[in-house]
Design a protein around this ligand. Structure first.
Ligand code: SF4
Ligand code: ZN
Length: 375
């Protein structure tokens, strides 16, 4: 049976919109999809004329569609913004190296400059190396914390006015669910914001905030956009996976659940008496942090000191781990003038320990971390 496009254009419908249930032809779907994003941009005042905007580009469907649609809308509505692609190379063989090829193709197709920053150059570690140290359980904690800061660093280098990210409506609904389940009030309060900014930070904007993931896939398919769709080779974040499964199950019986959850997050009033973290600057790297030492520096110090679990899990556990390591370091230093009794090398412990300590960068780490109230 032929179904006519409900936008009254006279053409046959090509699809049923997951978000509204409307039967539309391809052109009317494109128009509706792009217009909704334009409305999110204008109602949220995401951009001003003359703004330099970095698009966080991973080569995946969301950021590819974001780059394409921002280009279209910038030309159609004369936003007067300059668009730049900013990619982070986490150093994941078989995943990011391939997806970055897609971003390089986007650069050519959309005629936008591209900057790629790697974890290796920023932190001295690739994700492959980190996973070799910590295993596959907490890899996404490292990756997520490092990526967030890497984007900020890239944006600061490029002197952009804001970073546009490809977070879609499903991502935001999942994040609301996760924050409710974790009781994380600080994140719950800000996770639905279309612009997130704070003192000393470059604002992040989410033009796809109300765009359903299924429609992004449809749009990319019908527009024949080139994107990378393989999952990361490391285990995906398990907790988000549960929230995603729950959301998909709910969506089957009530398609509006995604918008409903976002709306709930937006209108939620959090008690004024709830304790919220104070935002300041990391003593070590000067990037924004709610702790004296930011999570990225903390995780990095753990890696460099051979304590990769430092910064993961409870504060008390981290404090205990750090205290044990400090005690060991002190013992090594006090012992340093005595000679080595383990073999016949005749070297003093000082000589032997010197190389161990510099390998782990321990003293440097110790001076950064010693007077810090750990979280
Ligand atoms: Fe990084 Fe985890 Fe995402 Fe892989 S799944 S890119 S390790 S956050
Ligand atoms: Zn820091």
């Amino acid at each position: 049976m032929v179904i006519k496009c409900t936008a009254n254009c006279g053409k046959n419908a090509a699809l049923k919109r997951p978000k509204t249930g409307d039967a539309l032809c391809k052109e009317c779907f494109f128009w509706a999809f792009e217009t909704e994003i334009h409305e999110t941009i204008t109602s949220g005042n995401l951009f001003s004329p003359g703004n330099k905007v970095a698009i966080g580009a991973s080569g995946g469907k969301d950021s590819t569609v974001l780059a394409y649609v921002l280009k279209v809308l910038n030309e159609r509505y004369n936003y007067g913004i300059e668009l730049i692609l900013l990619s982070i190379d986490e150093g994941i063989t078989g995943y990011r190296d391939d997806s970055l090829d897609t971003v390089k193709q986007n650069k050519i197709d959309y005629n936008m400059p591209l900057t790629i920053l790697s974890y290796k150059e920023l932190y001295g570690w690739t994700m492959d190396e980190i996973v070799a140290q910590i295993g596959r359980k907490n890899n996404c904690t490292f990756c997520g914390v490092f990526r967030r800061q890497a984007l900020d660093r890239g944006a600061a280098q490029l002197k952009v006015d804001c970073i546009a990210t490809g977070h879609n409506a499903d991502d935001i609904a999942e994040t609301v669910l996760m924050n409710v389940l974790r009781g994380d009030l600080a994140r719950l309060r800000r996770c639905t914001a279309v612009i997130t900014s704070g003192e000393g930070t470059i604002p992040r904007v989410k033009p796809l905030k109300y765009t359903y993931e299924k429609e992004i896939v449809m749009y990319a398919h019908f527009r024949k956009l080139v994107y990378f769709s393989t999952e990361c080779v490391f285990a995906p974040n398990a907790y988000r996976g549960h929230a995603r499964t729950l959301l998909k199950d709910l969506e089957k019986v009530r398609p509006s659940v995604i918008m409903d959850i976002i709306h709930s997050g937006e209108t939620l009033q959090i008690s004024k008496t709830a304790k919220m973290p104070q935002v300041g600057v990391c003593k070590s790297c000067n990037f924004v942090s709610s702790q004296e030492i930011c999570k990225a520096c903390f995780l990095l110090q753990g890696l460099n000191r051979g304590l990769p679990k430092l910064g993961i899990g409870k504060t008390s556990k981290s404090k205990k781990m750090l205290a044990e390591q400090e005690a060991k370091d002190k013992l090594l230093l006090n012992d340093s003038d005595k000679s080595c009794n383990n073999c016949t090398c005749n070297k003093s412990n000082k000589e032997i320990n010197k190389s161990n300590i510099s390998d782990q960068n321990s003293l440097k780490s110790l001076s950064i971390l010693k007077d810090v109230d750990l979280f």
